[in-house]
Design a protein around this ligand. Structure first.
Ligand code: ZN
Length: 244
């Protein structure tokens, strides 16, 4: 999708995924919504899904590239420990911090740190949370060549219902606009190798319908702020999920 021409330029969004389809399934509607509003979005995918039951790494890379383009995002693959081998290591957090310094995003999205069906998800969440801090630290030797960078917000997304943090009040993003739902759905369909076993697309859309229904809109995606959000004024807060 192209950004609408009248939108002012927005600060970039950076989303991390452990596997080629995590971002699309976990928060693809958010990406579609933001890129349509004119916010540049970039994906960093930390494996080629080589340990998955379905699809070859080559297929999965092609699927991920197509899906990112459908959401209006650019993307890159990086090597950490490989699919299903991800470990929490300082060297990884520093590598991710280097990417944050290079791309200088305002908003970073990453899988939640809650243990769920795939161990890589929560581990990547922790690594990205650490990386966001390291990107700001001026004295880190490995990153001396790059100007430090402080992001504004870190949000966790939940690839599956099990990954939703229970101790963080979520923010609900309304993604009901038909063109947003279409772009999100098509980005999930692009991962054809992953959707043959179970209808994961319907699972994600049903989750979004449930959250939307609870908030009085058609579709909503939950994001979980890593830290409390700060507002200059109560006027900046649009509405809450409950109609009091
Ligand atoms: Zn995954």
């Amino acid at each position: 999708m192209k950004p609408t021409p009248t939108s002012p330029p927005l600060n970039p969004l950076l989303a991390f995924g452990a596997h080629p389809d995590d971002i699309e399934f976990g928060c693809g509607g958010v990406i579609a919504r933001e890129s349509r509003a004119g916010r540049p979005a970039h994906f960093v995918v930390c494996s080629r899904g080589e340990a998955g039951s379905y699809g070859t790494p080559k297929q999965r890379v092609a699927e991920a590239k197509k899906a990112a383009a459908l959401l209006g995002a650019t993307m890159e693959f990086i090597e950490l420990d490989g699919d299903s081998h991800l470990e929490i290591r300082a060297v990884h957090a520093i590598k991710l911090a280097e990417i944050i310094r290079r791309l200088r995003p305002q908003i970073v999205l990453t899988p939640s740190v809650v243990e769920n069906q795939h161990p890589d998800h929560a581990r990547l969440g922790r690594l990205v949370r650490d990386a966001a801090r390291l990107a700001r630290y001026g004295g880190l030797n490995e990153l001396r060549g790059q100007k430090s960078h402080a992001i504004e917000q870190l949000f966790f997304y939940a690839v599956t219902p099990e990954a939703e943090p229970r101790d963080i009040t979520p923010l609900l993003l309304d993604v009901s606009a038909p063109e947003i739902v279409t772009a999100w759905t098509e980005s999930m369909q692009a991962h054809g190798s992953q959707t043959s076993a179970r209808n994961y697309i319907e699972l994600q859309l049903t989750r979004a319908r449930l959250f939307g229904a609870r908030a009085g809109v058609e579709y909503a995606i939950r994001l979980f702020p890593s830290e409390p959000l700060v507002f200059d004024s109560l006027a900046q807060i649009s509405r809450s999920a409950r109609r009091f």
